[in-house]
Structures are given as structure tokens and as C-alpha cells.
Design a binder for this molecule. Structure first.
Ligand code: NAG
Ligand code: NAG
Length: 471
């Protein structure tokens, strides 16, 4: 007798071959997921934002798609701007990891016979297995992130991400030139291929590299000179790094490790925290490093990362968001075309556009669109009033984060819905509607549609580089 494979069985088998580490460690005594995993900032797993995926990674919540119930609507276009999946640390952090582990081996006080298990494990058996060639590359789990995202999107939008549209070359695929993005793009196409149950032969990968679109930040001189290479532009981050909350955290951490306070720099504390995040996102491990930090420690480290992203990639300086004008215009030009009335003889519009980039691609665009903008900007001195902030990178840009622009054809004209990480979001000023008329969305962004000139903003005026006074 041959066993009968139901779809659930097949899924289970797929899961077994794809994520062996998760199953291996689920039998260990410690719980799988550190309770601080929701504070990992841009190093968060996608599952922390959508925990139901831990039960069923292919589960799709179709009720998230919400054109007005009284109007007959069908989706005509999807633009997805997606961050690459889980990756290795970059060289800078790999070096810090090695420095930290050396420090602990050599200098941490050995007089802790009765010390707790995780600490003994850190000192005696934890080996830094990261090597410099790993530099930011996509890991196996990162491939899974994109593969499963593709399968869920193909389930949500069967008429757009269809096999026929793929075969006829109607779907646009554009990626940043970085390896982790190109590999993410391939994993996404693997996912589509698997969704159409072509398990055996690999797909013929198709994409264009477009750094003007997906790495606009590198080309914007106003941003590079005014923010990225400008120490004063990130002064709040520097201040917080040496401020009250971080100093206290360093003291506590040094004490736990039996290290002299001065040996454990803020960068090394952060490296220890990153190790906790990497071991979870790469190996699905609850690493001994995680026990160094309680929830309030993790919130301080999350804030540090949010501060950096706020001032370097988001509302902190207007040029950060304006640098994404090329991507903004690209998306709206695509939507304009897809929403235009057509004669029946005309070719159907592009059904889907899959654009893969970085957290540094998504955050400026999110900011240009006016999402997650709080009343008061986060600074080095207002940590305690920022607990309820909506600008939290852990929620906005985990690995495989995505902005989905869904255009519907409806009786009253085209409508646009925005989803962030597969959950409905509202456009600023259009809070009552899940899928406002496309013309109302265009009216909201009229000032950008008529302006937002990359060359002008990025090359010209110095005033675009200063702090954002609209805060
Ligand atoms: C599905 O999405 C809706 C709206 O976002 C939400 O209220 C509901 O809880 C979700 N259901 C599941 C099972 O996640
Ligand atoms: C650096 O940043 C500061 C603070 O935002 C700003 O006043 C200054 O003009 C910037 N320097 C350059 C070269 O853009």
C-alpha cells in the first residue's frame, strides 16, 4: 500500500526537508522562542509579526482583503515591495561577535562554579561559528521565508500570480543587485513553482537587477553626504548609546558575565543581543546569549535600533524619505496603467510586480507614504515616553517584510488597498476605508505625484538635508 498524501502531509514533508533545525530543537527543554524575540528590530523573524505562521506557514487570511462588500470588485494588479529573507550577519557584526566571544573566554571571571547553566554554556561550549565569507548572505531559513511568502501570495491572488501569467512573462520581477536579494527572488520563484505543483524540475529564474529602483539610497548624494556619512545627523543615536539607559544595561550585562564594565563596550553588548537574534533567525535556536537580557533590556536595545533607523532611514531627515521618489513614482505609474479603462481589444495590464530590496528600501518608502508617524520624534532623552510609539522596526521591517499594493477593479472605479506584512493598513487621511478609491489615494499624494523629483531633491538644495522641521 502506498501512503496517501493529503496536502497537510505534503506540507509536513516539505517542512521536514526545509527546516530540520526547528524540529530538532523543539524537543529540548528550553522553550523554542525567547520571550524577547518581539524586540529584535530589523533582525526579527517574520513569524514574530505573524505568529499563526508557526502553526501553518501556508495559512492565508483572505479576510485581510477588503474591498467594499456591497460593490463587486476583483483584483487587477499587485505590486509587492519585499525585503530579503533571514540572512547571516554582515562582516562588521561578525568581527564584533568574535571579539565578544574572545573577551568572554579570556576575561570573564571563572569563579562561578555555581553559575547558571546558560553562562557555563557560553563560556565553555559556545563556539563562534560565523566566518567572514558569510557576510550578509541569505540563509536557508531566508529562502523558506520567501518561498512560503510566494505560496501565500499565490493563494491570495490566484488570478494575478498565475501560472499562465508567469509562463507568458507578464509578471515583473526586479531585485537589488545584492546576493541576498537575488537569492530571495529565486526562492520566491521556487515558491510559485511549487505552488503550481512542479516539484521536480527547478524553474527558469527570471528577474532584472535594478539598483536605481531598489537601492536608490546609494545614489542620492544629499542622503549619503547629509545623513549617512554625517555624524551630527545621527547625534541622537550616539547620545543614547552612551546615555543613562544603555549605561545601566551595560553594567547589568557586565556583572552577569563577570566582566569589567569598561571592557564591555556598547557595541559588544549589542553584539551579544544580535547573537541571540541570529541564532533564532538562522538556526531556530533559543541561544544561551538570550538569557543575558530580560524584557526591559531588550526594549532598550530595540529602541537603540529604532532610533538609528528613524534618523538614518525615516522621518528624522526629510531626504531619507525623498530619496525613495524613484520607487514611489514607479509604483504609482504601474498602478495608473493597471487602473486605466481599456477597450476589450487592448492587452491586459501587468498583473503583478515583485520588487525585492532591503529594510533600507522599505523604510524610506513607508515614511514617504506617511505611515507609522508619531506625534513626537524619538530622541536620546525621551525613551520613557516612547513605549507606545508606532515606529517599531520589529513590527514594520522583519526579514521578508512586505508592502502590498492591491488594485481592484470595482463598480465605482479602481480601488487601492495597502497591506503591510499581509495585514491591512490605512493610507494617512483615509482611515475609514480599507480600500479607498484609487483617485482618493492619488489626491492624498498629489504633492508627491506632482513633485518628488529625485535629481532635484538628491543633488540640489542643502535645506533638504537638515532635520525634518515638520516633526
Ligand atoms: C484574519 O484577519 C482579520 C483582519 O485582519 C483578523 O481580524 C483576524 O483575526 C485574522 N484571522 C486569523 C486567523 O489570523
Ligand atoms: C549634517 O547634519 C547636520 C544635522 O542634521 C546638518 O545641520 C548639516 O547640514 C549636515 N551636514 C552636511 C554636510 O550635510
Amino acid at each position: 500500500m502506498f501512503p496517501v498524501f493529503t496536502p497537510t502531509h505534503r506540507l509536513l514533508l516539505a517542512a521536514l526537508t526545509l527546516v530540520p533545525t526547528r524540529l530538532l530543537c523543539s524537543s529540548s527543554a528550553v522553550p523554542n522562542i525567547p520571550n524577547i524575540a518581539v524586540y529584535f528590530g530589523t533582525k526579527s523573524r517574520y513569524e514574530e509579526v505573524n505568529p499563526h505562521l508557526l502553526q501553518d506557514v501556508l495559512s492565508v487570511n483572505a479576510s485581510a482583503l477588503r474591498p467594499p462588500p456591497g460593490e463587486s470588485c476583483y483584483p487587477v494588479h499587485l505590486t509587492a515591495v519585499i525585503r530579503h529573507g533571514s540572512r547571516f550577519p554582515t562582516v562588521k557584526n561578525i568581527r564584533r561577535i568574535h571579539k565578544l566571544s574572545e573577551l568572554i573566554r579570556k576575561d570573564a571571571s571563572k569563579s562561578s562554579e555555581g553559575s547558571v547553566g546558560w553562562l557555563r554554556e557560553l563560556r565553555s561550549s559556545w563556539e563562534p561559528w560565523y566566518t567572514e565569507e558569510m557576510d550578509g548572505q541569505l540563509v536557508m531559513k531566508g529562502r523558506d521565508d520567501l518561498r512560503f511568502l510566494a505560496r501565500r501570495l499565490a493563494t491570495l491572488f490566484p488570478s494575478l500570480l498565475s501560472e499562465e501569467n508567469m509562463r507568458k512573462g507578464k509578471i515583473r520581477f526586479a531585485s537589488s543587485s545584492k546576493h541576498r536579494c537575488v537569492n530571495s527572488m529565486e526562492a520566491f520563484q521556487d515558491g510559485l513553482h511549487q505552488h503550481w505543483s512542479h516539484q521536480d524540475s527547478p524553474p527558469v529564474y527570471r528577474h532584472e537587477v535594478d539598483d536605481e529602483l531598489m537601492r536608490f539610497f546609494d545614489r542620492c548624494h544629499g542622503f549619503v553626504e547629509g545623513v549617512e556619512n554625517n555624524r551630527t545627523a545621527l547625534i541622537e543615536v550616539e547620545k543614547f548609546k552612551h546615555g543613562e539607559e544603555m549605561e545601566a544595561l551595560r553594567r547589568r550585562t557586565a556583572e552577569k558575565l563577570g566582566l569589567h564594565f569598561h571592557r564591555l563596550t556598547p557595541d559588544l553588548v549589542e553584539a551579544a543581543f544580535f547573537l541571540c537574534t541570529y541564532e533564532l533567525s538562522i538556526k531556530s535556536l533559543h541561544s544561551p546569549w538570550c538569557f543575558l537580557f530580560d524584557e526591559s533590556d531588550a526594549k532598550v536595545l530595540e529602541y537603540k535600533s529604532d532610533l538609528k533607523n528613524f534618523w538614518k532611514r525615516s522621518y528624522g531627515h526629510v531626504i531619507n524619505s525623498l530619496s525613495s521618489c524613484p520607487l514611489f513614482h514607479h509604483i504609482f505609474r504601474t498602478l495608473d496603467k493597471a487602473g486605466r479603462p481599456r477597450r476589450s481589444t487592448e492587452a491586459a495590464p501587468e498583473p503583478a510586480s515583485i520588487l525585492i530590496g532591503h529594510a533600507e528600501t522599505l523604510l524610506p518608502l513607508v515614511s514617504l507614504l506617511g505611515l507609522y508617524k508619531d506625534q513626537t520624534p524619538p530622541t536620546a532623552s525621551n525613551y520613557h515616553s516612547q513605549h507606545g510609539r508606532s515606529f517599531r522596526t520589529s513590527r514594520i521591517v522583519p526579514y521578508a517584510a512586505n508592502l502590498l499594493f492591491v488594485l481592484y477593479d470595482c463598480q465605482r472605479g479602481p480601488r487601492l488597498q495597502l497591506l503591510v506584512n499581509e495585514k491591512p493598513e490605512h493610507f494617512p487621511g483615509l482611515h475609514t476605508q480599507n480600500a479607498p478609491l484609487y483617485r482618493d489615494v492619488r489626491a492624498t499624494y498629489r504633492h508627491l505625484l506632482d513633485g518628488c523629483d529625485f535629481d532635484k531633491e538628491c543633488e540640489g538644495r542643502a535645506q533638504g538635508r537638515g532635520p525634518n522641521t515638520e516633526l
